[in-house]
Ligand binder design. Structure first.
Ligand code: ADP
Ligand code: MG
Length: 697
C-alpha cells in the first residue's frame, strides 16, 4: 500500500506541516513551547491560528472545536464555525490566536465533583500544543486542557501533564548521576492495546440492556463458547476485515499507527494495538480510537462494544497499558543496557518501579476501578484484583543474586558479577510469557493489564507517573549526597529489592493459592470498586499527589465523588433496565408460553387423554414455578431502587448498590437465564447470546 506514507497523519497539524507552513521563527517558538511546556505568546498564537485555519479549510473543515476530556471519561466538543460577518453584509473565515489558545465551554454540563462553585460556573479550555490539532469530519479539533476559573483541573489531561512533568524532573536527576549529560527530556510512553467486541447492529438494537448499559444483563450461554479457541486462531471474517481496513485508514490519517488485524479469545472479540507514543498523546489517541471504532462499526452495520464485560461467562475486554520512560535521545530507560553502567541504571529504574507499585498498590487498584471492570478483574480471564509484578525468572534471578551478594548464573551456566558485567539480553517474547499478571515486565516496558476496555488510560498513568516520580526523588536525594556512587547505587538496588520483592510474583495469578499467598505477604486484595475507593483519598494518596502538584485535595476529592457517582448511577441504570426488560419483554413471553401449554393440556383432556404425568403438564409446572419466582425477584429488585437516590454521601449509595442491588440483580438474572433454556425461541423477546456472538460474518 504505497499510499500509506501520504495518508499517514494527513489530517494532523503536526511538526511536519508546521515546519512547512509557519515562518521559521514562529515554528521554532511553537516547538520550544512543545518541548518546554511554556506558555505561547498571543502574537505567535495568532500566526499559528491563521495558518492552521487555512490548512484546515483546505482539508474541508468548516468548524473548529476545543477537544477535551472531562471527568466523564469520554471526550467533549463544542463546535464553532470559522464564519464571521465582515461588517459589510458578507462573511470571512476567521480563527484567532485567542480562539486557538483559550475556549469557554459551558462547564456546568460536565461533572466536576463539586469543584465548580456557582460563582465560577464557567470553565475554560486551554490549548495543549504537545498534542497536535487534527481534523475529524468537517471539524478542526484542538486538544485542550479543561480547568475552572479557580484553576482546578476539571479534566483528565491536566493532571496527566503534571504527572509527566513530575516524573521527568526526578528521572533527569537520576540520569545526571549516571553521567547522561546529553539528555534534555524524559517522557513517559504508552502503547494502549484495545480490546473490543463487534456484533450485528440490528441485533444490538433489539437489546435494551446493550443500548442502555453496554452489557447484556440477561442471557444464557450458547452451546458453544470460547472453548475451541477457533476464533482466536481463525481467519478474520470478511465483514470484520472491511471494518478493520477502514478503521486502519481513518486512524492512520489521524497519525495513529494502528495494527488492527487481530482476533481475541472470545467469539466476536478483537484487539487493536497501536504503536506507542508519549502518555499524553497516547491518551488522546486512545480516545480517538474508541470514537472511531464506534462510528465506523455503525457504518458497517455493526455495533462496537467497549464495555469491560458485555457477556457473562465469555471473556471480557481490557486495555493493556504498556508503560515505559524514554529520553529525547531515544533511550528507553527500561531497556537493559549494553554496558555495566547502563545495566545498573536500568536496574535502578526497574527497582524504582517495583517499589512504587508495592508502596502504592492500592492506588493502582483504585485507578482501574469501575462498575464495569468489577465484572472482569479477578474473574478467570482477567488479572486478579491483587496487584503484583511479573519480572520473569531471569530478571528475578539477577535481582536475587544482587540481594544475596552472590554471582548470577546465566542460561549458559556462566557465572557473572552483575555490578561489573553486561547483563544478558532478556528475551522479550520468552515462551513462558506470563498472561495472568496484572503488571508484567515484558522485556523493555511494563504492561498494566488491569485497565478496563472502556476507561480512559489517563487515570492509571497519572498514578504510575506520580508514584515512580516519588521513588526516584528519594533515590536521587540519597545518591546525590553520596561519595561512592558505584557502590552505593548497588546497595540501593539491593535494599530496595529486598524490601519490596513481596510484590514480585511470577506464578499463575488465576490460582486460588495466590490469593492465600498474597495475603501472607501482606498484599492488598481490594475486590470491588467500593472496597478500593477509600484508598483514593487516603492520607498516603493525597500526600503523594499534593507533593508533586498533580492533584490538590479538592481535585482528588472531586474525582473520588465522580467515580462513586458513576458507579452507583451505572448500577441504577442497569437495575432499571432489568426491571423494564422483565416487565415489557420476558413476562409476556413466559405468559404466552404458559398459555399455549395450558391450552394444549385442556385440549388433550377434552379428548379424554390422560394428562396426569404428561409432558406439557410437567413443563408447565416448571415454567410456572419459575415465572412466580420471576415476578417475586423483579419486585424485590424494583423495591430496592428508590433508596439509591436518598443517600447524602455518594459512598453510601455505592455501597448499598454493591451490597444490596447487585445481588438482587444476580438473583433475577438467574431465573431469566434458566427460563431461556426452556421457553422456545419463537416466544423469546430478545436476541440470544448465540445470535449476538455468532452473527457477524
Ligand atoms: P508484545 O509482544 O509485548 O505485545 P509489542 O511490541 O507488540 O510487544 O508491543 C505491545 C504494545 O506495547 C504496543 O502497543 C507497543 O507500541 C507498546 N510498546 C512497545 N514498546 C513500548 C515502550 N517503550 N513504551 C510504551 N509502550 C511500548
Ligand atoms: Mg498485550
Amino acid at each position: 500500500m504505497s499510499y500509506i506514507p501520504e495518508l499517514f497523519a494527513s489530517n494532523v497539524f503536526d511538526a511536519h506541516v508546521m515546519k512547512e507552513r509557519l515562518p521559521k521563527d514562529i515554528y521554532e517558538r511553537v516547538m520550544n513551547t512543545v518541548e518546554s511546556g511554556a506558555a505561547l505568546d498571543i502574537e505567535v498564537a495568532n500566526v499559528v491560528a491563521s495558518v492552521m485555519k487555512d490548512w484546515a479549510i483546505e482539508k474541508g473543515a468548516t468548524h473548529f472545536t476545543h477537544w477535551f476530556q472531562p471527568l466523564t471519561g469520554i471526550t467533549a466538543e463544542k463546535h464553532d464555525s470559522f464564519l464571521s460577518p465582515d461588517g459589510n453584509g458578507g462573511i470571512i473565515m476567521e480563527f484567532s490566536g485567542k480562539e486557538l489558545v483559550k475556549g469557554e465551554p459551558d462547564a456546568s454540563s460536565f461533572p466536576s465533583g463539586g469543584l465548580r462553585a456557582t460563582f465560577e460556573a464557567r470553565g475554560y479550555t486551554a490549548w495543549d500544543p504537545t498534542s497536535y490539532a487534527f481534523i475529524k469530519g468537517n471539524t478542526l479539533c484542538i486538544p485542550t486542557a479543561f480547568c475552572s476559573y479557580g484553576g482546578h483541573a476539571l479534566d483528565k489531561k491536566t493532571p496527566l501533564l503534571r504527572s509527566m512533568q513530575a516524573l521527568e524532573k526526578q528521572a533527569m536527576r537520576i540520569l545526571r548521576l549516571f553521567g547522561n549529560e546529553d539528555v534534555k527530556r524524559v517522557q513517559t510512553t504508552v502503547g494502549a492495546e484495545q480490546e473490543y467486541f463487534l456484533i450485528d447492529r440490528e441485533l444490538f438494537k433489539k437489546r435494551p440492556d446493550l443500548i442502555y448499559s453496554g452489557r447484556t444483563l440477561f442471557g444464557a450461554m450458547p452451546p458453544k463458547g470460547q472453548e475451541m479457541d477457533d476464533h482466536y486462531f481463525g481467519a478474520i471474517k470478511p465483514h470484520i476485515a472491511q471494518f478493520m481496513a477502514e478503521l486502519d485508514e481513518e486512524l492512520w490519517k489521524l497519525g495513529i499507527y494502528a495494527k488492527t488485524e487481530h482476533n481475541e479469545v472470545a467469539p466476536s472479540q478483537h484487539e487493536l494495538a497501536p504503536v506507542f507514543t508519549t502518555t499524553n498523546v497516547a491518551t488522546d489517541q486512545n480516545q480517538l480510537t474508541m470514537e472511531s471504532m464506534t462510528r465506523i462499526a455503525q457504518k458497517h452495520g455493526m455495533e462496537c462494544l467497549l464495555h469491560e464485560k458485555p457477556f457473562d461467562g465469555v471473556n471480557g475486554s481490557g486495555k493493556h497499558n504498556n508503560w515505559s520512560m524514554s529520553t529525547d535521545t531515544g533511550k528507553n530507560l527500561l531497556e537493559p543496557g549494553e554496558t555495566p553502567s547502563q545495566n545498573v541504571q536500568f536496574l535502578l529504574f526497574l527497582v524504582a518501579v517495583l517499589r512504587a507499585v508495592d508502596d502504592y498498590q492500592e492506588l493502582i487498584r483504585v485507578s482501574v476501578a469501575s462498575a464495569g471492570n468489577d465484572h472482569r478483574l479477578g474473574a478467570n480471564e482477567a488479572p486478579p484484583a491483587i496487584v503484583s509484578v511479573f519480572l520473569g525468572d531471569e530478571l528475578t534471578a539477577v535481582l536475587d543474586a544482587i540481594e544475596n551478594g552472590s554471582l548470577y548464573r546465566d542460561r549458559a551456566k556462566k557465572y557473572m558479577d552483575i555490578g561489573a558485567t553486561v547483563l544478558p539480553p532478556f528475551p522479550k517474547d520468552s515462551t513462558d510469557r506470563n498472561r495472568t499478571s496484572p503488571f508484567a515486565f515484558t522485556g523493555n516496558k511494563f504492561e498494566l493489564r488491569m485497565l478496563g476496555s472502556s476507561a480512559s488510560i489517563a487515570g492509571p498513568n497519572v498514578v504510575l507517573n506520580t508514584i515512580v516520580a516519588s521513588v526516584l526523588e528519594e533515590f536521587a536525594d540519597r545518591l546525590e549526597n553520596n561519595k561512592n556512587f558505584d557502590k552505593d547505587v548497588i546497595t540501593l538496588i539491593r535494599e530496595t529489592y529486598a524490601a519490596h520483592k513481596r510484590i514480585v510474583f511470577n506464578g499463575n495469578g488465576y490460582d486460588d493459592a495466590w490469593v492465600k499467598e498474597a495475603k501472607k505477604r501482606g498484599l492488598a486484595n481490594l475486590v470491588t470498586t467500593v472496597d478500593a475507593i477509600p484508598e483514593y483519598i487516603s492520607k498516603k494518596s493525597l500526600a503523594v499527589f499534593k507533593k508533586y502538584g498533580v492533584y490538590s485535595k479538592e481535585e482528588l476529592k472531586a474525582r473520588y465523588d465522580v467515580k462513586l457517582g458513576s458507579y452507583y448511577k451505572r448500577i441504577n441504570i442497569e437495575a432499571l433496565t432489568m426491571v423494564e426488560m422483565v416487565k415489557r419483554g420476558y413476562t409476556g413471553a413466559v405468559v404466552d408460553f404458559e398459555k399455549d401449554l395450558t391450552a394444549m393440556l385442556v385440549q388433550k383432556q377434552s379428548l379424554g387423554m390422560d394428562v396426569k404425568d404428561n409432558f406439557e403438564k410437567r413443563l408447565l409446572e416448571k415454567v410456572s414455578t419459575l415465572s412466580n419466582e420471576l415476578a417475586k425477584r423483579t419486585d424485590a429488585l424494583d423495591a430496592l431502587l428508590p433508596k439509591i437516590g436518598t443517600y447524602k454521601q455518594a459512598f453510601d449509595a455505592a455501597k448499598y448498590c454493591k451490597d444490596k442491588v447487585l445481588p438482587a440483580m444476580n438473583d433475577l438474572r438467574e431465573v431469566v437465564d434458566e427460563l431461556e433454556t426452556m421457553v422456545p425461541g419463537k416466544y423469546w423477546p430478545f436476541p440470544t447470546y448465540g445470535e449476538l456472538l455468532y452473527s457477524v460474518q
